[in-house]
Design a protein around this ligand. Structure first.
Ligand code: HAM
Length: 434
């Protein structure tokens, strides 16, 4: 038993898994740029009030899962690790006067979030999100564009069949009447409600609908749906979002029970699922419109919409599909330099150093072991090529072995970098050998 372990609910991303995350980050950053989103980076902790007001004081995320940071000064600050990025990004939008920028302001951020949740499969206390926010556009077209962007991300990641669940959860105009209806529905059952839900019944009844308590499932299934009680402007908006999705050829399923777990949502709400796992607590991602959030955090009334896609769950889903996440492993060297003379480490190191200076991912075998062992280790490293240094070096030549093609040729050392570059290119494009 090791003396120290990573804290419960967190894990170390070892190189293979880190590479799978890096691949998703690369896709996220490429797609965000393609859709006109620019990167922002907000602090990993904020004034706790940003989350209490933004996400909502009576939500699981704030009441049960916020990592509060103990105060170190008498300044009266109360901080918390960010449980999600939207509230912090909106705080930054207001703080830096982004309402004077051309609207919508389209921002993206990918990084770790923290929730003191009960750890279980796919639920961690530190997890990663790819987040997108478009602030200053009331939709409905951008709602569809963002949902399509989410789908494009999953497709590029290797999950072609991700399903979109969609709902509209109304706005400040139709919500109050719905909340009354909801309280009237739950009140006769108050005695049967779990303690937390009973306490929330009058404070924030919509949070009963996304309760993680299995005892709530049956009651929630029969609860009145906000989608039946939308005001006219919300109904028109929702219909237009659907029309735009249909024009894009995006299939989706209306899920009238979908309310999301954070208080800031208005109108469009959506979640992404692996088929067959819908409706549980295992969404691959989710998002929606938050037309009241900027004002709630002290800015001018400004609409907004965004999503957060959970990278941990995507990596898990990919691993479950026969290691697709490992397809494009980064970190595997293109070439490993080995040698017939175990002791000649200086020449191997020099050849690898020159290759790296020429921009090639190369590793030298620096252990003093036999050639056979060096070759085995190169294959284990998933190298594409091995450079074998032997007697030919006296004439300025080395052997270049293509591990995938199984072919070998004599190459002048002066030509080696060029041969590796063209060989690697044809590997990537499925062409011939070096
Ligand atoms: P969320 O639904 O709370 O939304 O989280 C988004 C995604 O993060 C989830 O669908 C899930 O994949 C992942 N996730 C959440 N909690 C955990 C956890 N404990 N362990 C692993 N993965 C987790 C938001 O956070 C909103 N800020 C999304 C948004 C952006 N809405 C508008 N803009």
């Amino acid at each position: 038993m090791p003396t120290y372990r990573a804290p419960r609910g967190t894990r170390d991303l070892l190189p293979d898994e880190r590479a799978a995350f890096r691949r998703l980050e690369t896709i996220a950053s490429m797609l965000a740029r393609r859709y006109g989103y620019r990167e922002i980076e907000t602090p990993m902790f904020e004034d706790a009030a940003v989350f209490e007001r933004g996400v909502g004081a009576v939500t699981d995320v704030v009441e049960k899962e916020l990592f509060r940071i103990a105060r170190r000064t008498e300044e009266g600050d109360s901080w918390a690790l960010r449980p999600e990025p939207t509230a912090g990004i909106v705080r930054a939008y207001i703080e830096h006067g982004m309402q004077t920028w051309p609207q919508p302001v389209k921002l993206t951020m990918t990084g770790p979030m923290f929730r003191h949740d009960r750890p279980q499969a796919g639920r961690f206390r530190q997890f990663w999100q790819f987040d997108i926010e478009a602030i200053g556009d009331p939709g409905p077209a951008i709602d569809a564009e963002i949902i399509e962007l989410g789908r494009a991300f999953y497709r590029l990641a290797g999950l072609d069949d991700v399903e979109v669940l969609l709902n509209s959860i109304g706005d400040a105009a139709c919500r109050p009447a719905y909340i009354k209806t909801l309280i009237a529905y739950f009140e006769p059952h108050a005695a049967e409600l779990p303690a937390l839900e009973r306490e929330r019944l009058h404070k924030n009844p919509m949070r009963l609908l996304d309760s993680k308590d299995p005892a709530m499932a049956e009651l929630n299934a029969a609860a009145p749906r906000i989608s039946d009680l939308l005001c006219e402007p919300c109904r028109i908006h929702f219909a237009a979002v659907r029309e735009h999705l249909e024009a894009l050829g995006i299939t989706y399923r209306i899920e009238p029970g979908l309310v999301r777990g954070l208080d800031y949502y208005t109108r469009t709400a959506f979640e992404f699922f692996v088929p067959g796992r819908e409706g549980g607590q295992q969404a691959l991602g989710g998002g929606g419109r938050y037309d009241g959030l900027v004002e709630l955090l002290g800015g001018h009334p400004t609409p907004g919409i965004g999503f957060g896609l959970g990278l941990d769950r995507i990596v898990i889903a990919l691993e479950a599909r026969a290691g697709e996440a490992r397809q494009e492993l980064e970190g595997a060297p293109v070439a490993v330099v080995v040698g017939a003379d175990p002791a000649a480490t200086a020449v191997r190191l020099k050849v690898a150093t020159d290759l790296r200076a020429a921009g090639i991912a190369a590793r030298a075998d620096l252990g003093r072991r036999k050639l056979g062992k060096q070759l085995e280790s190169a294959a284990r490293d998933r190298a594409h090529f091995v450079v074998i240094i032997g007697d030919e070096l006296a004439d300025g030549n080395v052997q270049l072995k293509d591990l995938d093609a199984g072919s070998q040729q004599l190459v002048a050392l002066a030509d080696l970098a060029r041969k590796l570059v063209s060989g690697e290119r044809s590997h990537r494009h499925g062409g011939g050998d070096a």
